[in-house]
Design a protein around this ligand. Structure first.
Ligand SMILES: [Zn+2]
Length: 418
């Protein structure tokens, strides 16, 4: 029960014992993988993607594209694919039935039991998952960038990756998270997904979601928790640096904006596809595996540009039969500042429509860039101080990703050389 994940399957955990890995990888053909594939190997092996035990094969890809399920009928919205150059397959004479070693940055990462070597129309996947084949869509560009041959098969990590500071403090495997949730006595857990440093609009999103998730439970004993789950993946210039995202969410906890017994910060490795509604389903599956019972979905979840309606990611949940997903979406509108109310208000409640002031991410960013401290009503001073500290400590002077940061940042995790 404690470890029952998506599809009612036991949470996967497949990492070799230290004593056995050296012998097990000896003599295996080696393939160096991309950052995305490395992150997804870690996700698979620790059960973030339960019930997946590896990279999907053709039948699953086909089923995900046509029916939004794995071939066994389990709800699944985004194919997890290992792509490889065909020349490399030929040159290393990789065959179905082989076990090969995947390396990342030259170090052993995982073994792959090659069950299937196949090709699939990448644009068909893009059309099915992203709803477009427009090259301006970042998810389409990612698909185009894939090699044209795919390897399907089971993955086992050869050692535990070592997460670097400050990420080590926030790294929890799904199994560990579930134990912590049980220790805390949380009966309900609402996930808040983020790639941002929190302003008070985000803070209220979480607070509102807590009320929704807590529902009819008695309140004298707090049994509902908020799990902040930051998405750590590839960055673009102008994004908040990863270190600031995790540490600033932690500031809200350390400075009492959230009680420590109802709030905790974690992260997951994930390369955003910006697939809007289909990605919302995927995120819900991921958080089911983390032990969450609810997940908050705001405006334009996992969207980009104007490819999706801002509330498509809310509506898709209406199409999912209840027994297919063991997590409830908490669907929320926007929180913003109302000068008449004199406070941060909910767009579904405050009637001063004309006067409302949207939280502008762009405005807050430009203030931070100019080192102007926003008012505490919209940005907590402790968060501001931490953003600036992170800029100096990790960001080469900027809280936002610059070319310099992208080229010189500390890796999020490293692997043992073995
Ligand atoms: Zn108002």
């Amino acid at each position: 029960m404690l470890f029952k994940g998506h599809g009612d399957k036991e949470i996967i955990e497949k990492v070799m014992q230290k004593s056995e890995s050296k012998t097990k990888i000896k003599g295996l053909k080696r393939i160096e993988v991309s950052g995305r594939v490395a992150r997804e190997c870690i996700d698979i092996a620790y059960g973030f993607f339960t019930p997946l035990q590896g990279f999907v094969g053709r039948e699953d890809v086909e089923s995900i594209c046509n029916k939004m399920t794995l071939s066994d009928g389990t709800l699944w919205s985004i194919p997890i694919i290992l792509d490889i150059n065909e020349e490399e397959v030929l040159k290393k004479s990789i065959k179905e039935g082989d076990t090969i070693l995947l390396t990342y940055s030259g170090n052993p990462l995982a073994t792959l039991e090659v069950e299937e070597i196949f090709r699939y129309d990448k644009m068909k996947i893009a059309e099915a998952v992203l709803g477009t084949t427009d090259e301006k869509h970042p998810g389409v560009r990612m698909m185009i960038g894939l090699e044209n041959t795919f390897l399907g098969g089971k993955v086992t990590l050869v050692s535990h990756p070592k997460f670097q500071s400050p990420f080590d403090r926030f790294w929890y495997t799904p199994r560990r998270l579930r134990e912590i949730i049980a220790e805390k006595g949380w009966r309900r857990v609402v996930a808040h997904q983020t790639r941002n440093v929190p302003h008070s609009g985000h803070e209220w999103l979480m607070k509102g979601a807590w009320f929704s998730a807590n529902g009819e439970l008695p309140v004298e004993k707090l049994e509902t928790g908020i799990l902040v789950n930051c998405i750590i993946g590839p960055k673009r210039t102008g994004d908040y640096i990863d270190e600031a995202i995790v540490l600033c969410h932690q500031q809200l906890n350390e400075h009492g904006y959230f009680r420590k017994d109802v709030h905790m910060v974690s992260f997951a490795l994930w390369d955003m596809r910006y697939a809007g509604p289909k990605e919302a389903i995927f995120h819900a599956i991921l958080r089911t595996n983390l032990g969450c019972t609810h997940q908050m979905f705001g405006r334009d979840h996992a969207g980009v540009g104007s490819y999706y309606d801002p509330y498509d990611a809310h509506r898709i949940f209406d199409q999912i039969p209840e027994n297919k997903l063991n997590i409830k979406p908490v669907r929320v509108l926007e929180w913003w500042y109302c000068p008449v109310c004199g406070e941060v208000t909910y767009s579904g409640l405050c009637g001063h429509i004309e006067q409302r002031q949207n939280f502008s991410g762009t405005l807050i960013r430009s203030m931070l860039k100019d080192k102007v401290k926003p008012t505490r009503l919209i940005f907590r001073p402790e968060v501001y101080d931490k953003v600036m500290e992170c800029a100096d400590l990790y960001g080469f002077g900027s809280p936002f990703c610059t070319e310099k940061y992208l080229a010189n940042r500390q890796p999020v995790f490293t692997l043992e050389a073995l």
